[in-house]
Design a protein around this ligand. Structure first.
Ligand SMILES: Cc1cc2nc3c(=O)[nH]c(=O)nc-3n(C[C@H](O)[C@H](O)[C@H](O)COP(=O)(O)OP(=O)(O)OC[C@H]3O[C@@H](n4cnc5c(N)ncnc54)[C@H](O)[C@@H]3O)c2cc1C
Length: 393
């Protein structure tokens, strides 16, 4: 298999690079650290700029406003983009998770949101996890009850990233407690401006309040905002969750093996044999991840849904993150103890837990890889077939 650029990809890369040189800020040139609200607004503005110049939705189908290019072109653009400060990371839920889900399962009216996401006009959040339902998400207890043309929702969500800035949310709620846990769940679109939604930020150890507790009290959702049918929420959510893992692993991390090598060079550590081994190992991990990314994009562009590959890549990316930022901490030595949010390596080191937990923890990835990828027996489970209302909680 030849993974070097085809002539068309090489021409596209040159075109992308020239445009980025003109419109974006090279990484490392910006010293200003925006607060979270500014950061989110910049992501929306950058997405609008990308869209206006034809660089948004490169591999999305044309019917959804994309350019319909093979996945390799999106990869080329992401590779070039990694050298610049601008990022659409705050739109990951919108572009990387909600849009693919609505493309696959949405009604034509629901799919009208997709073009707005592509233009950076709508920001979405994910209302899945609850205090008692994280890894075992299907035990969630937020209730949705039908009242005429609306569903009335009551419950609590947690870890809702960027809910404080979101226009809409995707919500999983239990519509039938008499059914087993996976089958009584439905999937909704919720307007985050509903007066029944209260958002309380949670401060992380990085100092940012990136995610929130979200309380839903008599939130009224029009029946046409259900995605998929009643009780089909779990199968719709699987599309979202698989897309989430690919998005996290394919995200712009804000650091790279090249910046790690620059740090070693700046600190005069490149002759240290242990440091050299660590840098070489980081390079190897990054190359393997790059090739895994090509494999996932090839699967997607051929209409196949990446399963175990996406899980393995997310797990590998988390391990790469942990090992590389630990190397950075060793390189920084005593400087590593000085922290504010503008210190990229300290921030990345503390942020490793977001990568290891968000989108499914490392342990849960390994369980699913064992089952789906290696064909190992399923984990023992005492709740299969038991009505959700009878489960111990
Ligand atoms: C940065 C970040 C952003 C997030 N954003 C969102 C968001 O926007 N929306 C949203 O809905 N959720 C979000 N989440 C929540 C995330 O999906 C959950 O944290 C994750 O699924 C784990 O659930 P939990 O935190 O309840 O941990 P738990 O499920 O309670 O797990 C606790 C520990 O037990 C281990 N464990 C659990 N079950 C098993 C098992 N079967 N086998 C082996 N080990 C197991 C886990 O690996 C973990 O180490 C976010 C999380 C983070 C960190």
């Amino acid at each position: 298999m030849d993974i070097s650029d085809t002539p068309e990809e090489a021409a596209f890369r040159a075109e992308a690079r020239a445009w980025l040189d003109e419109h974006a800020t090279p990484r490392g040139q910006s010293t200003e650290e925006p607060d979270l609200g500014d950061h989110v607004q910049r992501a929306r503005d950058w997405q609008r700029t990308l869209h206006e110049h034809g660089w948004a939705g490169l591999s999305w189908p044309e019917e959804f406003g994309g350019r319909g290019l093979p996945g390799a072109f999106a990869t080329v653009f992401a590779e070039e983009m990694a050298g610049f400060e601008e990022t659409t990371g705050s739109l990951t839920v919108s572009l990387g998770m909600v849009a693919p889900t609505l493309m696959a399962h949405g009604t034509p009216e629901q799919q009208e949101h997709i073009a707005k996401m592509l233009r950076g006009e709508e920001l979405w959040c994910q209302l899945f996890s609850e205090p008692g339902a994280g890894s075992d998400l299907a035990t969630l207890g937020t209730r949705a009850e039908r009242d005429g043309d609306v569903w009335v929702v009551n419950g609590q969500k947690v870890w809702t990233s960027l809910a404080q800035f979101a226009d809409y949310g995707i919500l999983l709620a239990r519509t039938d407690p008499d059914l087993p846990k996976h089958t009584g769940i439905s999937y909704f679109i919720v307007d985050m401006n509903d007066p029944g939604i209260e958002i309380r930020p949670l401060v992380q150890m990085t100092g940012q309040a990136h995610f929130n507790e979200t309380f839903l009290t008599d939130v009224r959702i029009p029946a046409e905002n259900m995605v998929g049918g009643v009780g089909e929420g779990w199968s719709v959510a699987r599309t979202t969750l698989t897309s989430e893992r690919s998005s996290i692993a394919g995200g712009n991390s804000g650091w790279s093996v090249e910046t790690l090598i620059e740090e070693a060079r700046a600190r005069g550590r490149c002759d240290d044999p242990v440091v050299r081994q660590q840098l070489a190992a980081a390079h190897c991990r990054a190359e393997v991840l790059k090739v895994m990314g090509y494999r996932i994009r090839t699967a997607t562009s051929q209409g196949r849904f990446p399963g175990p590959e996406a899980l393995a890549m997310k797990l590998g990316y988390a391990r790469h993150w942990v090992a590389s930022t630990e190397t950075a901490m060793e390189l920084l030595g005593a400087d590593a103890t000085m922290y504010d949010q503008s210190e990229p390596w300290q921030y990345a080191f503390l942020n490793q837990f977001a990568i290891r937990l968000g989108g499914g923890t490392d342990e849960v990835q390994q369980n699913i890889i064992g089952e789906l990828g290696l064909g190992l027996p399923r984990e023992p489970s005492a709740d299969r077939g038991v009505p959700w209302k009878d489960l111990p909680r």
